[in-house]
Ligand binder design. Sequence first.
Ligand code: COA
Length: 161
Amino acid sequence: MSRARAAAESTVSVRDMRERDVRHVERIENQVSAIPWPRHMLMAELGSAKTIDLVALDGASLAGYLLASRYADVWHILNVAVDVPFRRRGIGRALMHALFLRAAGPGLLGFTLEVRVSNAGAISLYEGLGFVSRGVRPGYYSDNREDALIMWREPFAGVVP
Ligand SMILES: CC(C)(COP(=O)(O)OP(=O)(O)OC[C@H]1O[C@@H](n2cnc3c(N)ncnc32)[C@H](O)[C@@H]1OP(=O)(O)O)[C@@H](O)C(=O)NCCC(=O)NCCS
């Protein structure tokens, strides 16, 4: 890692999402997602006991977020995004690492997610964290009927530096 990148990453912190974060998350969501989550869905997620919802802060700025939900012993990553000016500084990776730490515990089977087959950047992020492809959901995305790649990570999958 370069010295400049290490310095940039050191200003970033990750914590649980709070209600007052939701309007910032909603703003980013509307900019970066073709199918943005509406506020009521974000709020419902926050109220659930079976979720891990995180934000990454760069100083006072909300730079990114991650929403995950537990189904039986598997954590499903529902949404992860980083605001455009903050990308390629390790924030997406930091959010995922924070999830892995919080989700760790007896009985955990693994992590799963869907990602657009065209989303090479996100696929590269996930592969670097030990996710592997486990199939395709044809026409999964409602905006353009793009296929989703199903990815899976064992609880303690090795992290490729
Ligand atoms: C995908 C996303 C969350 C990545 O966030 P990020 O903070 O920029 O990612 P990081 O800086 O942590 O990247 C970690 C690694 O992932 C890979 N990666 C991330 N973005 C990449 C891109 N655009 N192209 C190629 N590789 C990429 C790289 O290997 C990167 O390591 P490097 O910078 O040392 O080369 C961000 O691009 C985003 O919000 N995209 C829009 C929303 C989205 O597609 N979410 C995923 C839905 S499944």
